[in-house]
Design a protein around this ligand. Structure first.
Ligand code: SF4
Length: 408
């Protein structure tokens, strides 16, 4: 049986880090799981289909009491650290299932507790199928931006993102039609449109996927690598093999997108920003501190929930909004490990020429039973190849632009 007490970062000595001058960075992103169930049953979902099944013990919806305590803890944290901006992300399960009253109460109450000195940006990440006109009017009124998960063109989307059992008329059907209708509705409120989130499936055509997403007119697209670890690998990624199927897929999108971007692509923009010497503002690449915390439906304080793909209990902190200020989480080894930059990297990553851009990849993807998170990403060859591809394309482009300017 796995003993996570022996796996890194359990041995990380936070007191020594503090003595050496390291200081935790306050949280800026608060992911609140207002509902723990979903009306879709996507086969790659890290919450329902992977190692951690703790959602079964969660209440279906967050209670008003827990929503109020959550708002208070966020406000308290923002005031204690003089944060001028924080982001409240309504998440699930499917957050729209929580209902308008609870969502409105949580957003309004968080802003009240944060006070005038802090701007609370609110956003919701939804599967889109319940995104009604009434919801959009509410979001317009209280200022909530909407991000929608969609996997590209109809076949690509419907292969994974299917309705759960429940409504007999929908059971097992693909959700593309419902989501595309919702996106047409959302486009009538362009100021609320946050972007699209697409999980990569190598069976889908990369450029066709990108074009299908761009046709929905989003301000931003996030491509996600499917979750997996060294112990439970992602689809079509053999741990340690030298091939680069995900880099090849993304490079095709990059080459189509880069000369004439129709929309922003967060992963590419982040990599280019880091290559040009910028600071990291993403948990996916770079060495910047992770500054998000999750509040579960029952009020437990947890780590970012993609960690649920690693092992059962990987997100737990033992803290609860009824008892603990969010500051209490900042000194836990599991949270500190996400904020210490290069010190959290494996030997191989520390010696890597692209380590400041890659940053070892998304933290859950580094997990290996026995050594914990002190490993390169299971996507290491893909990350290295993609970063080099983008670097070479941008360099060629800059050289030809400079040559054009010199001759012109
Ligand atoms: S490319 Fe691989 S070795 Fe280099 S930093 Fe990323 S995960 Fe580590």
């Amino acid at each position: 049986m796995r003993n996570t007490r022996l796996e890194w970062p359990a041995s990380l000595d936070v007191s020594s880090l503090l003595e050496d001058g390291w200081r935790p960075s306050p949280f800026r992103e608060f992911i609140v799981k207002v509902h723990s169930r979903c009306d879709l049953s996507c086969d790659y979902c890290y919450m329902y289909e992977m190692a951690d099944q703790s959602w079964r013990d969660q209440p279906r919806a967050m209670s008003r009491e827990i929503a109020d305590l959550t708002a208070r803890r966020i406000g308290e944290h923002a005031r204690a650290h003089d944060l001028r901006d924080v982001t409240l992300i309504l998440h699930g399960g499917e957050p729209l299932l929580a209902g308008q009253d609870l969502i409105s109460r949580l957003v309004t109450s968080t802003r009240r507790w944060a006070g005038h000195g802090t701007t609370v940006h609110a956003a919701i990440q939804t599967n889109g199928v319940g995104l009604s006109e009434a919801y959009l009017r509410l979001f317009d009124e209280i200022g909530v931006r909407v991000g929608v998960s969609v996997d590209g063109y109809p076949d690509a989307h419907d292969r994974h993102r299917r309705f759960a059992s429940g409504r007999r008329s929908h059971q097992g059907r693909g959700s593309y039609q419902a989501v595309s209708t919702a996106l047409r509705r959302l486009r009538r409120f362009p100021h609320l449109y946050g972007g699209l989130l697409c999980t990569i499936d190598l069976r889908n055509d990369p450029v066709r996927t990108y074009r299908a997403l761009a046709d929905f007119g989003p301000p931003k697209v996030d491509f996600l690598l499917p979750h997996g670890t060294w112990s439970d690998p992602p689809p079509m990624r053999v741990p340690g093999a030298a091939d680069t199927p995900y880099a090849d897929w993304l490079a095709e999108v990059f080459d189509y997108w880069y000369p004439k971007p129709q929309t922003g692509i967060r992963l590419f923009e982040e990599i280019m920003h880091l290559l040009l010497g910028g600071a990291s503002d993403s948990e996916v690449v770079g060495l910047g501190p992770a500054r998000m915390v999750v509040i579960e439906t029952d009020g437990s304080v947890e780590q970012e929930d993609t960690l649920k793909s690693a092992y059962a209990g990987a997100t737990e902190t033992g803290l609860h909004v009824a008892r603990d200020p969010l500051d209490a989480a900042l000194r836990l080894p599991r949270i500190a490990a996400r904020q210490i930059g290069v010190r959290a990297l494996s030997k191989q990553c520390r010696a890597c020429p692209v380590r400041t851009v890659c940053g070892g990849g998304l933290y859950p993807h580094r997990y290996r039973e026995g050594t914990g998170f002190l490993n390169p990403s299971v996507y290491c060859p893909d990350l290295l190849a993609l970063i080099r591809h983008i670097r070479d394309r941008v360099r060629e482009d800059l050289i030809s632009k400079r040559a054009g300017a010199a001759t012109g």
